[in-house]
Design a protein around this ligand. Sequence first.
Ligand SMILES: CC(C)(COP(=O)(O)OP(=O)(O)OC[C@H]1O[C@@H](n2cnc3c(N)ncnc32)[C@H](O)[C@@H]1OP(=O)(O)O)[C@@H](O)C(=O)NCCC(=O)NCCS
Length: 212
Amino acid sequence: MIVPYELKYRKALIEICWRTGFYGKDLTGTDLFHDKEVFALCFCLHYVEFAPELAYIALDETGKAIGYVLGAADTRAQKASFVSTMLPRIGRHLFFNTFWIDREDYLKMRAWAQSRKRPRLDEEFLLHYPAHLHINLLPGYQGQGHGTALMAKLLEEFKARGVPGVHLGTNSANEKAVPFYKKLGFELLDEKPGDMWGAGGDLKSLVFGKKL
Ligand SMILES: CC(C)(COP(=O)(O)OP(=O)(O)OC[C@H]1O[C@@H](n2cnc3c(N)ncnc32)[C@H](O)[C@@H]1OP(=O)(O)O)[C@@H](O)C(=O)NCCC(=O)NCCS
């Protein structure tokens, strides 16, 4: 079942974000990163504060939150809000918590946060694909149609708001997401070398888009 996001799902959101954070795989036990809270501040929590009406949760038959899709209809506005409201929070968290827990985590997230100030797509692309989204399902619940259902719900909401197109970012290392987006009619708009986790190989940061 797909339901609108509510505050009671915040903890689940943080967990799902973490358990899919390593190019779609679980960060638990990888030793790549340790501060779950700052990871969520960077990758998911801003969306439910900025546009809660564009956040949906997938529940299993017991009512457990197993996945989410988070959207921003106007990427430029979301990014401006992220930079002015969330980056300072991330900075404070990094300085007062992460820095003292794990210096490597601190350096990784500081570099990522800085990179967020630069646009992922140029202005021309944003005219055609102004919205963007993030979608993640817990391990064990993938490949069962929940992603397709979450995506359909959000794309319907975007269309109802007159959004002409949507884009998203992923990595060539993500073996599930790339075929998933292609199957749903997303086209590759941009690719450049990108390996946030230093996994090695010829990894690429990919941007996909779909006209609505
Ligand atoms: C990517 C993700 C959202 C897809 O959702 P899902 O519920 O697993 O996908 P669905 O079951 O709706 O599958 C739809 C289509 O996607 C593709 N797909 C899904 N899982 C796949 C896999 N493991 N390998 C190859 N293709 C896959 C298939 O084309 C599938 O169609 P089919 O069932 O007719 O073969 C989900 O697998 C996930 O959360 N993965 C981990 C986190 C992640 O990578 N998020 C995206 C970050 S950019």
